[in-house]
Design a protein around this ligand. Structure first.
Ligand code: 13P
Ligand code: SF4
Length: 298
């Protein structure tokens, strides 16, 4: 019933529904496209729909608005935020650059649009190494995820200054927990997201973005996988590979902000065309350059 209402409203509005891989199963199942942060930005930049319903968190909807200013971007729940994105503001970045000296700034997409507007280039977990190595200077600041910065530092000769931000749900995962999960399932391939701490990432068989995990699982000859990222990805993995088994390394890797959108919220936002996410023109101009530089590398 709710699905029929959503489809009707979608047609009336010429809307596309995008969902991040961490969204609840019922949202992933009703979306036109699911993906990681990079894929969702690319999809938003290429759609000919008039309306983008972004089932994710605020910074993702902002990124869609930055790349498609002529479209209406709806975030079905305006309270869907990101704890990591809240760990940096333009004022904090200005103060840090005063302290370090001016240098290129690589900004993880999990950040406010006003911070992107001050950045040289954006990155996601899928392209961070490529982005860092695309910078001509030998020194840069990578913000706000210190764990992603530590991961990228392992694949470049450049000096990377870290910002002291993190995702509370990835950062809370400890080495011991991962080792115990692996001991219970020694044949499983261990896939870890680079938002985890470096000592955890060091245990991985593969370090991948959420869609990287999906691609890897689909093409791998292995049958069993241990997953260290937000547990919403398990639905996508099981759906894509019904003949393989996937277990979370921790039942606690759940981001509450990624779980608040319901099908009712999707229907309501299409009905009312609210809440809309839009960035100011001044912020958009700067942020667009940083996002476009990243997309050009994809
Ligand atoms: P990816 O889907 O790009 O790997 O991002 C993870 C994330 O934490 C998004 O909030
Ligand atoms: Fe932000 Fe972490 Fe939630 Fe991703 S999982 S949206 S980084 S708080």
């Amino acid at each position: 019933m709710i699905d029929t209402t959503i489809r009707r409203l979608q047609q009336d509005r010429n809307a596309i529904i995008l969902a991040h891989n961490y969204q609840p199963p019922e949202i992933q199942d009703l979306a036109d496209f699911c993906g990681d942060s990079l894929e969702l930005s690319l999809k938003a930049s290429r759609t000919d729909a008039d309306v983008i319903v972004f089932c994710g968190v605020h910074f993702m909807a902002e990124t869609a608005s930055i790349v498609c200013p002529d479209k209406t971007v709806l975030l079905p729940r305006s309270d869907a935020g990101c704890a990591m994105a809240d760990m940096i503001t333009p004022e904090m970045l200005t103060a840090e650059l005063d302290r370090l000296g001016q240098m290129p700034v690589v900004t993880y997409v999990n950040s406010p649009a006003a911070v992107k507007a001050m950045s040289t280039i954006c990155c996601t977990s899928a392209n961070v190494v490529k982005v860092v190595n695309s910078i001509e200077a030998d020194e840069m600041l990578l913000a706000p995820d210190r764990n992603l910065a530590a991961y990228a530092a392992g694949f470049t000769d450049k000096t990377i200054h870290f910002w002291d931000g993190y995702c509370p749900f990835h950062n809370a995962l400890g080495r011991q927990e991962v080792k115990e999960a692996k001991a219970m399932d020694p044949d499983a391939v261990l896939l870890i997201h680079p938002e985890c701490r470096p000592e955890v990432v060091a245990l991985a068989d593969e370090v991948l973005s959420t869609s990287g995990m999906l691609r890897y699982a689909k093409t791998s000859d292995h049958r069993s996988f241990l997953i260290a990222t937000e547990n919403g990805i398990l639905h996508a993995l099981k759906k894509a590979c019904p003949d393989k088994t996937f277990h979370p390394v921790s039942p606690e890797m759940i981001c509450p902000d990624m779980k608040i959108i319901s099908p009712k919220d999707v229907a309501a936002c299409l009905e009312t065309m609210q809440p809309e996410v839009r960035v100011t023109q001044a912020v958009r101009e700067g942020a667009l350059q940083a996002v476009e530089r990243m997309l050009a590398l994809a």
